[in-house]
Design a protein. Structure first.
Lengths: 274, 255
């Protein structure tokens, strides 16, 4: 594990990468997303784990994205993810619709190193009808007619997320957001922004260890104070709802989005690096 | 005397009554997804009324119900340990199919809705689902959804624990019998005729259609006090709109 500057962390995401991102309420790596846009990354294949929020909307609006696999794209109470919706309408974005537990389950299969995993439900949904990579098989453990969905393992190239802190071993602490652990375990490697570095070893602390993702999975870390903003971080700071609401209004138009990008992303490297 | 009953207060009380209709033998476990202030308030109303209900509210930044991440809700539901869940939809049709994807060609090239979230799973594995959609128009309640995020009915060989119990809208309450919707009550100001005019699917109309009852004085007092207190952090906009209260005001009263 190495500790890098934010822009150097962003440089580790190659064009075309299959990149897993958490939504706004789950330690979203907003500062890294902004750095990726500044680095002018292209053709990303994003996975919303299990949904997509403001970060995905920014990347789509900035032209960085080829496809998005997700169960939803939404800004929560602020409503539709405007650039995502516009790209769907314009047909410029490949959307691979899923359903939340299917994404969790496909990541769990990758985490275990098995080729697929079953999931109940979903049969009869048009989500399944549009997923040629998903299959329905007969439950091999019963003689009854029992069709069940099986999902192929989903192994992202990179998992990117924000964490409260990292130690010198590359262990990062995400508290109860264990879906990030599944995402990190399933991906080839993880890039993590943190509020701060801490001394010692987080895994040596019995109270902290249950919220740790082991440095085994972490390729590099960058310090980005308030790096989830405008998302929130556990009990450290709340989401900036006013900002997200304002974004939802402004980004309804191309021009409004461009103005937002200029103000908060393209000219914001100093504030993100702080 | 209390001030005028807000439409949302009537909806909350109605949802609470539907939750209480079928009591399991053990403690009722209700989960509430994101962006669902009315269902969340209905659960809080029951809890504050002393009903032994376990509520798992997903929309909380801190103090949430799970410690194994977002997948724990679905794992619990997969085992049948969530008794009741709420779903909505950009479109809902007369077979209780819901569409959260969009209209026009897949994946919603005319109007894109947010997406299916967990609906394709939760609708089949949860014994009871209350459908909630405040907008009651022919745009939303359609004869046939453009796309099915989650089906209201399944073929007999498909493992399924339940389907829609009811559909609560801003105009009325429908019950679902597994096949069709039945008009159960109309909110004040609505008539059977106005419901027919604003509904895109066919439904059963009984000889007598009651008016949806008002919340009781006790329920109103709880809604405007203890329930709103619980909701202020997670749904500040809703609390402001319905009860004219903001989180800042709460901090003031606690100080």
């Amino acid at each position: 594990m190495t500790v890098l500057a934010l822009d150097a962390l962003a440089a580790l995401v190659p064009d075309g990468a299959l990149l897993a991102l958490p939504p706004d309420d789950s330690l979203t790596p907003s500062a890294l997303v902004r750095a990726l846009i500044r680095r002018n990354v292209r053709q990303l294949r994003l996975v919303g784990v299990p949904t997509a929020g403001l970060g995905v909307d920014l990347l789509v609006g900035a032209g960085c994205v080829a496809s998005v696999e997700t169960s939803a794209a939404s800004l929560g109470e602020a409503g539709t993810a405007p650039r995502f919706a516009a790209a769907v309408k314009a047909g410029t974005l490949r959307v691979i619709d899923a359903t939340c537990p299917a994404i969790h389950t496909a990541l769990q299969a990758a985490e275990k190193g098995v080729p697929f995993m079953p999931l109940r439900g979903v049969l009869g949904s048009d989500v399944l009808a549009h997923r040629p990579d998903w299959h329905v098989m007969a439950n091999p453990f019963t003689v009854d007619d029992d069709p069940i969905l099986v999902l192929p393992a989903l192994q992202p190239d990179i998992a990117a997320f924000h964490a409260v802190c990292a130690d010198e071993e590359g262990n990062v602490w995400v508290g109860r957001r264990r879906e990030l652990a599944t995402m990190a375990h399933a991906s080839r490697f993880s890039l993590v922004t943190v509020e701060r570095m801490v001394s010692g070893n987080l895994l040596a602390d019995e109270r902290m260890a249950p919220g740790v993702i082991s440095g085994v999975y972490v390729e590099a870390v960058a310090v980005a104070r308030r790096g989830a903003w405008p998302g929130g971080v556990l009990d450290e700071y709340p989401a900036d709802r006013a900002h997200i609401m304002a974004y939802a209004r402004e980004a309804r138009t191309e021009a409004g989005f461009a103005a937002y990008l200029a103000r908060h992303v393209l000219n914001a490297s100093a504030q993100d690096a702080a | 005397m209390s001030s005028a009953i807000a439409p949302q207060e009537r909806l909350i009380a109605s949802v609470a009554r539907l939750i209480m209709e079928k009591q399991p033998t053990g403690r009722l476990h209700v989960a509430v997804g994101m962006a669902s202030p009315v269902p969340a308030a209905a659960c809080w109303l029951l809890k504050k009324s002393g009903v032994p209900i376990r509520i798992s509210l997903l929309q909380r930044q801190t103090g949430g119900p799970f410690s194994e991440g977002g997948r724990e809700l679905f794992d619990l539901a997969g085992q049948g340990r969530i008794d009741l869940f709420f779903l909505g939809g950009g479109e809902i049709d007369g077979e209780a199919n819901i569409n959260m994807v969009g209209t026009g060609a897949w994946p919603g090239t005319e109007v894109r809705f947010p997406g299916s979230f967990g609906s394709a799973f939760m609708y089949l594995v949860t014994p009871r689902t209350i459908l909630f959609r405040e907008e009651h128009s022919r745009r939303v309640l359609v004869d046939r959804v453009a796309h099915i995020s989650a089906p209201g009915r399944s073929r007999p060989e498909v493992v399924r624990r339940g389907s829609a119990q009811a559909l609560v809208t801003g105009r009325c309450i429908f019950r679902f019998d597994g096949d069709r919707f039945h008009l159960a009550s109309v909110h004040p100001g609505e008539t059977t005729q106005s419901i027919v005019e604003n509904t895109g699917f066919a439904f059963e109309i009984p000889d007598f259609v009651p008016v949806t009852p008002d919340p009781t004085e006790a329920e109103l007092a709880l809604l405007r006090g203890a329930v709103c207190d619980e909701m202020l952090t997670t749904y500040p906009d809703f609390c402001q709109r319905v009860w004219g209260r903001s989180p800042a005001e709460r901090e003031k009263t606690q100080a």
